[in-house]
Ligand binder design. Structure first.
Ligand SMILES: NC(=O)c1ccc[n+]([C@@H]2O[C@H](COP(=O)([O-])OP(=O)(O)OC[C@H]3O[C@@H](n4cnc5c(N)ncnc54)[C@H](O)[C@@H]3O)[C@@H](O)[C@H]2O)c1
Length: 436
């Protein structure tokens, strides 16, 4: 058994490291910089330590097609984003399928891990594999789908500790794929009845979270108007045994805020126009603008002039304790406040400053606090990282609940009349002026 992982991001790398302890494994990525860093034992996603990378002593990294020809199981974990019209953008998946098609041999297995809509593997990817390899599906080669459930930044639910769904294009392939995953996934596997079922299961897992968070956000919109603290309501309601513990907030990243569009795209292609899923999406996508508006109201209430006010945003990554800034909805708060003429600074110990600037343009961003008794992890500091110099702001928005922020006194960042809006309910009600 020789395994090749295609796409070494948040999903592909941890899995490659698990397989690489037991089997000869090759990690393939088109990003040369990523490969160079991994060869030097550094994972910039901070999911794996250099010790864990070293423990995978049968794992090698490459960008060269020729190096992966000898594999017989290919596992594809490339991004599946949406385009500007919120339709699935299958370009990376198609490109990766072409790559594998070029090196596919008789008897090989190709497993897709990328999140897709039901039917995508067999309808979109398999024809490309067949075309590029000249081989016949389910005769010469087999496919599978095994969705990933990891949660970046979560060091408890790591890949081997999460039960994994597997599936295959024939009963024999399904059994083989299931056995392979079982050998590294400590939490065990669940063999789904078909590839489509496994694809659909993944799509609904994230859609369910999205809809549940949307419900909480809708409650926050209602209670905000009623002058009731949502966190206090949820704490009270949470004492009922079957009340689900979701919280309101921004929904960013490339899973919960993106995957539902894969499902709705497929639903629409068969003539069904989803209502619950899409209305949840609309509510969640509007939360950044709502937070900005609440902050503006607080500024006015506190007697500050809005135009030219200075605001500090705590956190710019898409979630807590994770360096990923892609599709972070914090940017919606920033852009909306900027429209009102507010000058924005961001402080985030996890974000890579250069990446944040590249992704979101010129934002004044700090990633270290001086003298506030916190931070510094060498890996999180980047060249050009600004140092917070004690400047006081008219407004503070707590956008991401990084662990480092918990020990802050939020008042220390603002002027005497400063307004504090806490999106995450990180601080006690008495320390802030408004919460979601
Ligand atoms: N990040 C998560 O929490 C998570 C969880 C479950 C599922 N997923 C799904 O897993 C998939 C991968 O997500 P990710 O977060 O690991 O993405 P990522 O952006 O972190 O990593 C993807 C990697 O694939 C590489 N890549 C892109 N195109 C390639 C190609 N044609 N050939 C080889 N390499 C290529 C990129 O250079 C990158 O290193 C997506 O479908 C995502 O929805 C992600």
């Amino acid at each position: 058994m020789k395994i090749c992982l295609i796409g070494l991001g948040y999903v592909g790398l941890p899995l490659a490291a698990e397989f690489g302890r037991l089997y000869e494994t090759i990690g393939f990525d088109i990003n040369q910089k990523r490969i160079d860093e991994l060869q030097n034992g550094y994972d910039r996603t901070l999911e794996l330590t250099s010790e864990r990378l070293k423990a995978a002593d049968k794992l090698e990294f490459t960008t060269r097609l020729e190096d992966i020809r000898s594999a017989n199981v290919y596992i594809i974990s490339v991004p599946t984003p949406i385009d500007s019209h919120k339709n699935p953008d299958l370009t990376p998946l198609i490109k990766a399928s072409e790559t594998v098609g070029k090196v596919l041999s008789k008897g090989d297995i190709v497993v897709y891990e990328s999140t897709v809509y039901p039917g995508c593997t067999e309808e979109e990817c398999v024809p490309i594999l067949e075309k590029c390899s000249g081989l016949t599906f389910n005769e010469d080669f087999y496919c599978g789908y095994s969705p990933e459930r990891i949660n970046p930044g979560d060091k408890e639910h790591t890949v081997s500790q999460i039960r994994k769904i597997t599936s295959g294009s024939s009963p024999e392939a399904a059994a083989k794929i299931d056995d392979l995953y079982k050998s590294v996934i400590v939490a065990g596997t669940f063999k789904a009845s078909s590839i489509k079922v496994a694809e659909a299961a993944k799509a609904i897992e994230n859609s369910q979270r999205d809809v549940n968070i949307a419900f909480m956000n809708e409650l926050a919109l209602i209670f905000g108007r009623l002058g009731i603290d949502t966190n206090e309501v949820l704490e009270a309601a949470g004492t009922k045994w079957n009340f689900l513990p979701f919280r309101p907030g921004l929904v960013g990243g490339h899973c919960i805020g993106v995957d539902p569009y894969y499902l709705t795209y497929k639903a629409e292609s068969v003539g069904y126009h989803p209502q619950v899923i899409l209305s949840g999406r609309r509510i969640n996508d509007g939360m950044g603008a709502y937070v900005a508006l609440q902050t503006i109201k607080l500024l006015i209430k506190k007697g500050s002039s809005v135009r030219g006010a200075k605001a500090l945003i705590l956190g710019v990554t898409f979630k807590e304790n994770c360096p990923d800034i892609r599709n972070s909805r914090v940017i919606d708060i920033i852009r909306e406040l900027e429209e009102f003429g507010v000058a924005i600074s961001v402080f985030d110990p996890w974000a890579d400053i250069e990446e944040a600037k590249r992704e979101y343009g010129a934002i004044k961003i700090y990633n270290r606090v001086n003298g506030a008794g916190v931070l510094t992890n060498e890996n999180k500091e980047t060249a050009g990282g600004g140092r917070y110099n004690g400047e006081k702001f008219d407004a503070l928005v707590v956008a991401v609940a990084h662990n480092e922020f918990k020990s802050f006194n939020p008042r220390s960042f603002v002027t005497e009349n400063g307004a504090i809006y806490d999106v995450k309910g990180l601080y006690d009600r008495s320390q802030v002026d408004g919460r979601l």
